[in-house]
Design a binder for this molecule. Structure first.
Ligand code: SF4
Ligand code: SF4
Length: 297
């Protein structure tokens, strides 16, 4: 089972784009002869909401879950951090696989729910929104394609609980897509902005502490009730994190800043002996990713 697509010969991807009301033949169930085969050779990229669901299932902090259950990879040439689900020691099988099937079934990641479908999101040149289409992944070991059960993509997504995951991860996927499609035009993100990407995308407990910190309050103007809600609700906090990432990475300002925050930052940069010229301090303060740097101080 893989979350990646390719155009290589012998690819298991059936090259027909499908929409939500198109139908396809597939059924997976416990009695099928290939049961568990797909989880024996995995390549699964995790989304932010996958991590929230799994770390809560295990009663861990996000950081503990990341250390025990994931491996790092770079999502692009800029080193944007990604996480994949870990395999068993010395094996290609998923760490969650048991002889009875998936050990985390009701909290399995979005990629596992999608299988045997793949998703392609594309934005046309003249369109502000991306469009989703689907394709069938037909791997030779998977006998589910020969089961006499036909359904629409829409029904399959609903049955697998994909809709909930996609709704929560929607803005995050948009960030990844925008980063890829804008390529060098937005420049190489700083180390700090990649750290923020990791924190807001994967380490929800660390991100909560960050939003609760006095440094955050110094810069952002959040209503106390809104902040309280973010502290209580992990899904709202995730979505807030995606807004913050869009603000820092692309300058899409949706989170109000406290009046004078920028000036205070400039002053702080000025006071650092290393930055002798006032012009340099202003330039630094203008850089969006320095917003985050100022919070870490
Ligand atoms: S999380 Fe469950 S469904 Fe997904 S690969 Fe692992 S065992 Fe299979
Ligand atoms: S039918 Fe396909 S998805 Fe289901 S267990 Fe078999 S290989 Fe896995």
């Amino acid at each position: 089972m893989s979350t990646e697509t390719s155009g290589i010969p012998n690819s298991p991807i059936v090259p027909t784009q499908l929409g939500l009301d198109d139908r396809f033949q597939f059924r997976c169930h416990k009695g099928i002869a290939c049961f568990n085969k797909c989880c024996g050779n995995i390549d699964i990229m995790l989304t932010p909401y996958d991590i929230v669901r799994l770390k809560n299932r295990f009663g861990m902090t996000a950081r503990e879950f990341i250390d025990a259950y994931t491996v790092d990879f770079a999502m692009d040439g800029h080193g944007t951090p990604g996480l994949k689900l870990r395999t068993r020691e010395g094996s290609t099988a998923c760490i969650n696989l048991t002889p009875e099937g998936c050990g985390v079934y009701s909290d399995r990641p979005a990629a596992c729910r999608y299988y045997a479908l793949g998703l392609v999101s594309m934005r046309r040149k003249d369109s502000p929104v991306e469009e989703d289409s689907y394709f069938v992944v037909k791997e030779h070991h998977c006998l589910g394609h020969y089961e006499p059960h036909v359904q629409t993509i829409r029904d399959y997504r609903r049955e697998q609980g994909v809709d909930v995951y996609d709704e929560i991860n929607h803005q995050w996927r948009h960030i990844i897509l925008k980063k890829r499609s804008s390529g060098p035009t937005i420049g190489k993100p700083s180390r700090r902005s990649l750290e923020l990407f990791f924190l807001a995308s994967y380490d929800i407990d660390g991100f909560r502490e960050f939003v609760a910190s006095p440094g955050f309050d110094e810069v952002f103007d959040l209503e106390p009730a809104c902040k309280h809600e973010l502290m209580q609700d992990e899904v709202k906090l995730l979505k807030f994190g995606f807004r913050l990432l869009k603000q820092v990475l692309f300058g899409e300002v949706t989170i109000p800043l406290k009046p004078g925050a920028r000036e205070r930052r400039i002053e702080r940069y000025r006071q650092r002996k290393a930055l002798s010229s006032p012009g340099k301090a202003e330039e630094l303060a203008n850089a969006q990713d320095k917003l985050y740097e100022s919070l870490g101080e």
